[in-house]
Design a protein around this ligand. Structure first.
Ligand code: GLY
Length: 338
């Protein structure tokens, strides 16, 4: 097992990574109180039950699988269920699932009685390498992703690598996309590891550990994304546009990020990136008309009237943030996808 501490003063917490940790959740989380366990219909129910078994008093609340559950109405239902369970400010919420459950549950925890403690148990590779750490919580409003939310740190995170065994291969690839993103912006050695190795099950623990180390370092320096943390949005501007255009029924978030990285890196970086994306079974071509995806970008949080805060990788392991006008951004994108 590896434990990584995220040092944020009074909001510090540990991320524990290893096999079979779910059955020991009570060693890492304070479950001696009312515990509201949030999961979704796509997550094997035994994971939430394994946590419930360790609690004195708990309920398991299951939302529908998918981005549709990151909505104000789903949030309202979760909060009503928490209220029916008569939770006090001293009780806790545990998110067992992927990014949707973590984002929705974390945000519910942040607003219920002005904030109760919550823990993350990510069961997808994508949530393990990125969203479960760092305290970004949110729901969507219409087609605009994550526009209603809060920075609200979990009290602890358990990543049980055994839970990844039940994940379909496409979900694994989507998670690998976020880890590739982090290597490009921050860790040349990890990128070279991806070049030299296959994405086998044996590599998941290393990939998660290295990604969480990168995330921790960034979040410790810039918790509320006033500067450096923006580099974690590499590939996400176009990625969110593609996601909004097609809906997640067509491409998963990680697949959209994979495509979104291609126009915002140098030719030399792209030449090395494409073989890795292909090895991870991630898309490198966009089959639809990209103009439609571009129309969603004006609504992105990274876009202001002066342009879009764009993360560019010209050299592996180094990212820069540049404000680019919408038409220049479109030109970069169309050079790659036309
Ligand atoms: N997923 C990007 C961040 O946490 O800042």
């Amino acid at each position: 097992m590896t434990s990584i501490k995220v040092n944020l003063g009074e909001r510090e917490y540990a991320v524990h990574i290893g096999k079979g940790l779910l059955g020991d959740a009570d060693k890492f989380f304070n479950l001696k109180r009312k515990v509201f366990i949030l999961t979704d219909s796509g997550v094997p129910c035994e994971y939430a039950k394994a946590v419930a078994k360790l609690c004195e008093s708990s309920v398991i609340y299951t939302v529908n699988e998918g981005e549709g559950s990151k909505s104000i109405s789903a949030l309202e239902n979760v909060l009503k269920a928490m209220m029916s369970f008569e939770m006090s400010r001293k009780d806790a919420l545990v998110c067992v699932g992927g990014g949707v459950v973590g984002d929705l549950g974390g945000f519910a925890a942040s607003v219920y009685m002005r904030g109760i403690e919550f823990y993350n148990v990510p069961t997808t590779l994508l949530a393990a390498v990125d969203s479960s750490v760092g305290g970004k919580t949110a729901v969507n409003l219409g087609n605009t992703k994550n526009i209603v939310g809060a920075f609200y740190q979990p009290r602890g995170v358990i990543i049980d690598t055994d839970t990844l065994k039940t994940l379909p291969k496409r979900h694994i690839s989507a998670g690998i996309a976020e880890a590739i993103k982090m290597s490009l912006t921050s860790d040349k050695a990890l990128f070279e590891f991806f070049e030299k190795n296959d994405f086998s099950e044996d590599s998941y623990e290393k990939i998660i550990t290295e990604a969480v180390k990168i995330k921790k370092a960034v979040v410790e320096k810039d918790e509320k994304e006033s500067g450096l943390r923006k580099i974690l949005n590499f590939g996400h501007t176009l990625g969110h546009g593609i996601e909004a255009d097609g809906g997640l029924s067509e491409l998963y978030h990680g697949e959209c990020v994979a495509l979104g990285m291609l126009p915002v890196c140098s030719d030399a970086v792209r030449e090395r990136l494409i073989p890795i994306l292909k090895k991870a079974s991630l898309p490198t071509e966009y089959k639809k008309n990209i103009d439609s995806a571009l129309t969603y970008i004006v609504h992105d949080k990274k876009a202001t009237c002066d342009g879009i805060d764009t993360v560019i990788v010209n050299e592996i392991g180094n990212a820069e943030i540049r404000k680019i006008g919408f038409s220049d951004f479109s030109m970069l994108v169309k050079k790659i996808f036309s």
